[in-house]
Design a protein around this ligand. Structure first.
Ligand code: KG4
Ligand code: ZN
Length: 349
């Protein structure tokens, strides 16, 4: 089965073709980062308009690269949520109208299921069951995964998502949007141990997270350092030290909770997915932890950690191949809890 995947939930237009026999045939990503950079975050209306501009040309480009004429497609998958409704509607309209014109089934895919399954595109994919840590700009969740659509939420962030905290701290440090990768880069030249930030919610039981206090900690530290300095500015080195302490605190908090999730579930495989799973220190910290726990760590290559069309084509292909498809209504969802998804092959109500 050959499936076209379309991702437009936020500020990246991602398109890919996945073939159940031959794997990923082509994928392209158009990032709107420059468009939103001067506003310091994503402007939803601008995002929608740009998806309209980029959607069709990108689809054409990917089909050519995949050597796949429209008639060779067996299905179309698009992101139906969670995300920005206007942006989602662009991808949904493209996918649905193409599907209707070609007389092939379409399916609205859950964005976080896409992330969750992205490591399946790698050479050594994880086997079910496993514990998944989903860490993106909008979500921080620990999930027990028995199979596709068999998800049990173990814990989640009570306030900011990990990526969101990275982005907000990036802003405080004067870095451009999105802050995550830039905070990580700045932390490289930071002095380890110069500051010690708290590891929120790790000294009580449970698998929930909270990152907003950590953000306040960064703000206060910056303010104290500014007050202490002669010119009221915080030096590049101190900002790097703060970035390092922040990153370390987030990573260690995630490592502690992942270890706890593995121990409590008795599972031996940990999958990390979503934009923050591209973070090198997080990967290293988790790798060291799973080795001690005699477990295994799985993640996607960096370009499939952040938003992309390949993960939507892959997730859509699994479900379309199992007989799932859209009904006649056009439904996109800003909010959509992952655990409400049906098991593979079950048509949605
Ligand atoms: O999964 P994603 O592309 O979009 C959402 O579904 O939200 O995740 C984007 C998030 C942003 O907050 C970005 O700053 C963060 O992932 N991110 C990182 C890194 N790369 C992306 N955070 C920390 N370190 C990174 N290397
Ligand atoms: Zn995402």
């Amino acid at each position: 089965m050959r499936v076209l995947g379309i991702e437009t939930s936020c500020d990246e237009t991602g398109v890919a073709v996945y073939d159940s026999e031959r794997g990923l045939l082509a994928d392209r990503l158009y990032s709107q980062v420059e468009l939103h950079a001067r506003y310091g975050g994503v402007v939803p209306e601008l995002a929608s308009r740009d998806h309209i501009r980029k959607g069709l040309p990108l689809i054409q480009e990917v089909l050519e690269a995949a050597d796949t004429p429209l008639q060779a497609l067996d299905g179309i998958a698009y992101t139906a949520g969670p995300g920005l409704v206007g942006a989602l509607l662009v991808g949904a309209s493209l996918g649905r109208s193409l599907g209707m014109a070609l007389g092939i089934p379409t399916l609205g895919v859950h964005h976080m299921e896409g992330h969750l399954l992205a490591p399946m595109l790698e050479e050594h994919p994880p086997a079910f069951p496993f514990v998944a840590l989903l860490v993106s700009g909008g979500h921080t969740q620990l999930v027990r995964v028995e199979g596709i659509g068999r998800y049990q939420l173990l814990g989640e962030s009570l306030d900011d998502a990990a990526g969101e905290a990275f982005d907000k701290v990036g802003k405080m440090l004067g870095l451009a949007y999105p802050g995550g990768p830039r905070v990580a880069a700045l932390a490289e030249s930071g002095t380890p141990g110069r500051y010690e930030f708290p590891r929120p919610m790790t000294n009580r039981p449970g698998l929930d997270f909270s990152f907003s206090g950590l953000k306040t900690y960064v703000r206060n530290t910056l303010a104290e350092e500014a007050e202490r300095s002669a010119d009221g500015e915080v030096s590049e080195q101190l900002r790097a030290d703060i970035a390092r302490a922040f990153e370390e605190a987030v990573v260690q908090t995630l490592v502690i909770k992942c270890r706890r999730a593995l121990q409590q579930s008795g599972l031996r495989s940990l999958v990390i997915a979503g934009g923050v799973s591209a973070n090198r220190r997080l990967r290293e910290g988790l790798q060291a932890m799973v080795e001690k726990e005699r477990a295994q760590l799985f993640y996607a290559q960096p370009r499939f950690c952040t938003d992309n069309g390949a993960m939507i084509a892959y997730a859509g292909c699994q479900r379309l191949a199992a007989g799932e498809h859209d009904d006649l209504s056009l439904n996109v969802k800003a909010r959509w809890p992952l655990a409400t998804l049906p098991p593979l092959g079950q048509l949605r109500a």
